[in-house]
Design a protein around this ligand. Structure first.
Ligand code: P6P
Length: 312
């Protein structure tokens, strides 16, 4: 039958407190609901966009809003989450001023432009401990990635997978749809020593700097290209098979496209705990001092032997 997420968390192999364990379970419960909604968009007629434009200037898909509400409700019920920053909301949402112990920055549904064509999408969470008695506002969410205590992501694909990274290591789980429980599939997930793939949108080639073009050409000389256009799907494949994901700055997006607080930081935390590295130029992503909730950053995530010397 396999060990469930809750059983593994109870086994206390993870050196994290009960509140953080309960938050991870809340993410799992929320993702079971999101998976069900995603699987029915054609049947329920919930595909497509709401017509609204979010703070990113992107079209809001129906499921973007639903996923955001599902996870906000899950964290509200949990009671241990002080404040949540979300790709879908301009400002942080205070959930529990008095008893909240953790802060979360999340992308509730990454890659949502792919939903209507049944391509894998995901949910991404960075989790930080609340500093004693800190006032809760957007600034309290702006913590360095290195201060995260956990990072979690869910891939809604041919199967629904969850990856949990803490200082105790990285575990992966697969959703048993019959039991509506996540079953552990790897209790010590590590990047393979050798890389197989690299992921980049070649459509932006003409807008890349000469240095970026040099880096990509070098990757092309030794790795196979795989690019889905859904961050979490590209990242997860490269984590399991070994490889490099790169979303660089370009003329159109001088700070890159992806967001620091709820995409780059959580995934840089995961990959570092799995033996890899995440950089933005010469800097480790986890050392970037955030300035705003939705700030973007160029990013390269992958095997250390390939990534760490790219800008030397
Ligand atoms: P492009 C999806 O819209 C997303 O935010 C990420 O999931 C994905 O990695 C990236 O944008 C794809 O961007 O410019 O290659 O279409």
């Amino acid at each position: 039958m396999g060990t469930t997420l809750k059983e593994f968390l109870r086994s206390s192999e993870l050196k994290i407190d009960e509140s953080l364990k309960s938050i991870i379970v809340s993410i799992a419960k929320g993702s079971v609901i999101v998976q069900s909604k995603l699987s029915r968009i054609g049947v329920d007629g919930t595909a497509g966009a709401t017509g609204a434009i979010n703070v990113q200037g992107e079209e809001v898909q129906n499921l973007d809003e639903e996923a955001n509400n599902i996870f906000i409700d899950a964290f509200k019920k949990n009671g241990k989450v002080a404040i949540v920053g979300s790709e879908e909301t301009e400002n942080g949402i205070v959930l529990n001023q008095e008893f909240g112990e953790y802060l979360i920055n999340m992308d509730p549904l990454d890659g949502s432009s792919n939903i209507d064509v049944a391509v894998s999408v995901g949910s991404i969470f960075g989790i930080w401990r609340r500093k004693d008695n800190v006032c809760l506002n957007d600034n309290s969410l702006l913590l360095k990635g290195r201060e995260q205590v956990a990072a979690v992501y869910v891939v809604y694909g041919s199967s629904t997978l969850m990856v949990v990274a803490t200082d105790s290591g990285v575990q992966s789980y697969s959703l048993d749809l019959d039991r509506k429980e996540f079953i552990i599939t790897d209790d010590n997930l590590q990047l393979p020593n050798t890389s197989k793939y690299f992921s980049v949108n070649y459509g932006n080639w003409d807008n890349f700097s000469a240095k970026t073009q040099e880096i990509i050409s070098d990757l092309q000389s030794k790795l196979s290209l795989r690019y889905i256009g859904s961050l979490i799907a590209d990242f997860h494949r490269n984590l399991l098979k070994g490889g490099v994901f790169i979303y660089p700055a370009d003329i159109k997006s001088p700070n890159g496209k992806l967001r620091l607080m709820y995409e780059a930081n959580p995934l840089a935390f995961v990959i570092q705990k799995a033996g890899g590295i995440g950089i933005s130029g010469k800097k480790n992503i986890l050392d970037i001092c955030p300035e705003s909730l939705h700030q973007r950053t160029p990013l390269i995530l992958g095997n250390t032997d390939i990534v760490e010397n790219m800008f030397e």
